[in-house]
Unconditional design. Structure first.
Length: 370
């Protein structure tokens, strides 16, 4: 790997294991790289499909077009394990390439929460060695996109120091677990020309309804579909694959089985679910997660994506703090939603992060996951 610098800090002290009952990542249709296509074409021609969105590529077919990968058997084991695609080998690691390379650990993987198994950094280093050529190519392309992005920011006068933005979040991380403080940050990010967290204090009185509505809207963004393939999966502690599909005044809860069939479990009115006050161990879990988000390049990249989409009208500090606040209320609201459906008290935040993180990593970003 020589001169290729990769940031592994998110994996520091982490271990990962893969319990045999899980199989959750086999619900994410894996892309097949060009060099892998020949194996599947020759040995499993009916198992590959062409997918045209968001980019044209070949992937492994899903059971009934909506369930798990066709190679996952009834015991949730991979039947082509030795020849599984690169994207399957990499999970739960994601290599985010911007003007540098950083490895992010998908916290939707339950195997990342036990503190047992293989050393995460060693695993990721091996993957990086195997994917060196792809990483180098992506880094060259992404660096030029980042240079262009920063030039646009400078020209528009909206640039801020990334390191300082992150440091200010670290200094105020406890406050960011408090919905009264978040409400104030969100207001400032919409109203002020630029935002300084040190000047913000939590207000006793804030518009709770407005904040609930913003949280609900953020959380239901990815659940608002009747297509099981489009909504996020939550693998619960009993290894059930839960799908939540929202439309109008209803969130419908279904279980997806190994054959790709859905089983209705219940429904709720989203307006009856409100942001919880986070305390005790849940507060520590949330604080750790905010700290992870704050250091993630994909989070920063999604802020840059938003700035670009808004034509560089908003200062980077506003978009950064605003986006982080929305992510926090999204995961908090999901914690209340999961608790409503299945009772997760005691582990509300952990379960909400398991449900949320894959969505977070799927958000559009400037840069690329390789
Ligand atoms: S989500 Fe994690 S624990 Fe589950 S099958 Fe995938 S790698 Fe294993
Ligand atoms: S190829 Fe194997 S590891 Fe990859 S999604 Fe399919 S069953 Fe899972």
């Amino acid at each position: 790997m020589n001169d290729l610098v990769i940031d592994y800090s998110e994996l520091m002290g982490k271990k990962v294991m893969c319990p045999k009952e899980c199989g959750m990542c086999c619900l994410c249709q894996p892309e097949i790289l060009n060099e892998e296509r020949n194996y599947f074409r020759t040995n499993h021609p009916k198992a590959i499909v062409r997918v045209r969105e968001p980019h044209d590529h070949f992937a492994i077919a899903l059971k009934k077009g909506r369930g798990s990968c066709v190679f996952l058997n009834d015991e949730r084991r991979c039947t082509v394990y030795q020849n599984r695609p690169t994207y399957c080998r990499q999970f739960p690691f994601h290599f985010h390439v911007s003007d540098r390379i950083k490895v992010e650990l998908d916290m939707s993987c339950r195997g990342a929460w036990y503190g047992k198994g293989n050393d995460a950094i060693s695993e990721a280093k091996e993957l990086a060695d195997n994917g060196e050529v792809r990483l180098r190519t992506a880094l060259k392309e992404a660096t030029s996109v980042y240079n262009e992005f920063f030039a646009n920011c400078r020209e528009a006068g909206v640039i801020a120091d990334r390191t300082e933005l992150r440091s200010s979040v670290s200094r105020n991380i406890d406050d960011l677990t408090d919905i009264a403080y978040i409400a104030k940050v969100m207001d400032a990010s919409l109203e002020e020309p630029s935002v300084s967290l040190s000047e913000i204090t939590a207000e006793t009185h804030f518009d709770r309804d407005e904040l609930n509505e913003a949280a609900r809207e953020a959380a239901l963004g990815s659940m608002s579909s009747s297509d099981p393939l489009s909504v996020p999966v939550y693998c619960d502690g009993e290894w059930n694959w839960n799908l939540f599909m929202a439309s109008g005044k209803k969130i419908e809860w279904n279980l997806l089985d190994n054959d790709g069939d859905l089983h209705f479990k219940g429904s709720a009115d989203p307006e009856s679910i409100t942001l919880p006050d986070i305390g005790g161990p849940d507060k520590n879990v949330l604080r750790d997660y905010i700290s992870i988000l704050n250091q993630r390049d994909s989070m920063m990249g999604s802020v840059f994506y938003t700035m670009d989409s808004l034509n560089y009208e908003d200062d980077m500090s506003n978009v950064y703090y605003g986006s982080l606040s929305v992510a926090i209320i999204d995961v908090m609201w999901r914690s209340a939603m999961l608790d409503r459906f299945m009772g997760t008290k005691g582990n509300m935040m952990r379960e909400a992060i398991i449900f949320y993180d894959m969505d977070r990593l799927d958000a559009p970003t400037i840069g690329a996951f390789v």
